[in-house]
Design a protein around this ligand. Structure first.
Ligand code: CUA
Length: 172
């Protein structure tokens, strides 16, 4: 049988190593594929679908309902929309040491959600609601950054997160 790699390589030993590396790469690709299939892998964080073209018609992601809401147990839920090129609402304020759950949906393409120096990071895949739960121990001014290339305005896609000291906040 003629070695198909002979067309690109004359040396027998080199061809042998080419085969070994091709088989290894193929084997790893196969394992990854089987792993994804058998574990039913989905977009990160949350498996909850939504029609990205109709966000404004949903109750949760309608423009007037975005932002910070307090839950009965004292934790917060922050609802946000990511769209080219910004996060809405553009300014979010939360207290320190309080569980915060971000629920973010994209109105158009794939975006990223990242708050530097914290563990809050996820992808915002169109058609899904992304969820990140965290809390912020340190007061200060943070940014939401988009870390998935989403178009020409990607570089300027960010908004402001202000974490205020809970004890100084007073009447919460
Ligand atoms: Cu949105 Cu990059």
């Amino acid at each position: 049988m003629q070695d198909p790699l002979k067309a690109i390589c004359d040396d027998k030993l080199e061809r042998r190593w080419l085969w070994i590396s091709l088989i290894m790469a193929g084997g790893m690709g196969f394992l990854l594929g089987m792993y994804a299939l058998s574990n039913n892998l989905h977009p990160p964080s949350n498996v909850e679908t939504i029609d990205s073209s109709r966000l404004h018609l949903t109750e949760e992601f309608a423009e007037d309902n975005l932002g910070v809401k307090e839950n009965e147990d004292g934790s917060l839920t922050v609802t946000m929309v990511a769209a080219r090129y910004g996060f809405f609402p553009p300014v979010v304020e939360v207290p320190t040491d309080t569980p915060v759950k971000f629920r973010v949906a994209s109105a158009d393409v794939l975006h990223g959600f990242h708050v530097p120096y914290t563990n809050a990071t996820t992808m915002i895949v169109p058609g899904y609601v992304s969820e990140v739960s965290t809390s912020f121990p340190t007061a200060g001014s943070y940014s939401f950054l988009c870390n998935e290339y989403c178009g020409l305005g990607h570089d300027s896609m960010w908004s402001r997160l202000t974490v205020v000291d809970k004890s100084a906040g007073g009447d919460k």
